[in-house]
Design a binder for this molecule. Structure first.
Ligand SMILES: *[C@@H]1O[C@H](CO)[C@@H](O)[C@H](O)[C@H]1NC(C)=O
Ligand SMILES: [Ca+2]
Length: 336
């Protein structure tokens, strides 16, 4: 019985989280895409993309940083993007001499109001406005806690490299020492370093739903990384990518960034209800989990939610059975 209610609960959850079955078509938008051959990038004003910092272009990739200390580089679209629904497919490669956890710091993909400003957040400015998706290859928090001889509780553990999304409105700082945990919208582990096959990240923004998927095992399969409804991103922001190295380093290479426009059918009513978004935000800001204590509260909360859902379902089933047997009895009475 317990198991059955669990299955029912699971079915209910998966239905409600499913895409609502709307057809989608996608079109590659060349003006927002970066792919081979890259010859004119950063050389002439005619390119749609602009390089900064230590980023260099070769025939095979845009190298945001080389495997050397204290580098930072970025590449930014020159054109603001005014699409409602889109998907960005990022083909990248992170590789270097450093052994596990002796490499850093990672790469970021951006959709922000600001562009071409270097800084501490994977080579981009802090207090940004918009979306950042980070491939963080160095566990700063873990090392910090180790250095402070604090016990590292497995509940708060994240396995690195770690992919994480953050949405900010220009007033929120990225906490580098905590690997962005206080502002994490969601994330996943992604073993992306020194892979022989191609590695990809997909960032999809449809009907205010942000989905990040990864394809890193060479199987041509997308794996879910995070999926968050109620994410409000204004139009007219810029796509970009950046990377940084510190004491530890890696080559952070970008092979392509392809932007697809997704056409989603909207009803008249939906179109009318859609007001213009001016400031990036996330509807359910419970996603912003402050660092202290909340981790345990969170899992306890989940535990009770699941427990009560199960009890509720169990009750429903019991009530249903009682009602049904009464009804059955009445019917039989009427027949005989
Ligand atoms: C920006 O985000 C912070 C933190 O989520 C929030 O407290 C603040 O009200 C937001 N500012 C605006 C102008 O929306
Ligand atoms: Ca880090």
């Amino acid at each position: 019985m317990f198991f059955t209610s669990f299955l029912i609960l699971f079915a209910v959850l998966s239905v409600s989280f499913c895409d609502d079955g709307h057809e989608m078509e996608e079109f590659l938008k060349r003006e927002y895409s970066l792919s081979k051959p890259y010859q004119s990038i950063g050389v002439s004003g005619s390119s749609h993309w602009e390089l900064m910092g230590d980023a260099v272009v070769t025939t095979d990739h845009v190298r945001l940083t080389s495997d050397q200390q204290s580098k930072q580089g970025a590449v930014w679209s020159r054109m603001p993007c005014h699409l409602n629904d889109w998907e960005l497919q990022v083909h990248f490669k992170i590789h270097g001499q450093g052994k596990k956890n002796l490499n850093g710091d990672g790469l970021a993909v951006w959709y922000t109001k600001e562009r071409m400003q270097n800084g501490p957040v994977f080579g981009n400015r802090d207090f940004f406005t918009g979306l950042g998706v980070f491939v963080d290859t160095y566990p700063n928090e873990e090392k910090l806690l180790e250095a402070q001889k604090k016990r590292y509780t497995p509940r708060t553990e994240r396995i690195f490299p770690y992919v994480l999304a953050m949405v900010a409105n220009g007033t929120i700082s990225y906490d580098h020492d905590r690997d962005g945990r206080p502002t994490e919208l969601g994330g996943c582990n992604a073993m992306v370093r020194n892979r022989k096959h191609d590695t990809f990240i997909f960032i999809r923004y449809v009907r205010r739903r942000l989905t990040v998927m990864i394809d890193i095992d060479g199987q041509h399969e997308w794996r879910d990384c995070l999926d968050i409804p109620g994410v409000r991103l204004p139009q007219g922001f810029y796509f970009g990518a950046s990377a940084i190295t510190g004491d530890l380093s890696d080559n952070h290479d970008l092979i392509s960034m392809k932007l697809y426009q997704l056409t989603v059918l909207r009803s008249k009513q939906e179109e009318e209800q859609e007001e213009e978004i001016l400031i990036p935000s996330v509807d359910n800001t419970d996603f912003y989990r402050p660092y202290t204590d909340v981790e345990s509260v969170g899992s306890v909360g989940i535990f009770f939610t699941v427990l009560f859902s199960m009890l509720g379902l169990f009750l429903l089933v019991v009530v249903g059975l009682v009602v049904y047997s009464h009804w059955n009895e009445n019917r039989r009475k009427r027949f005989y």
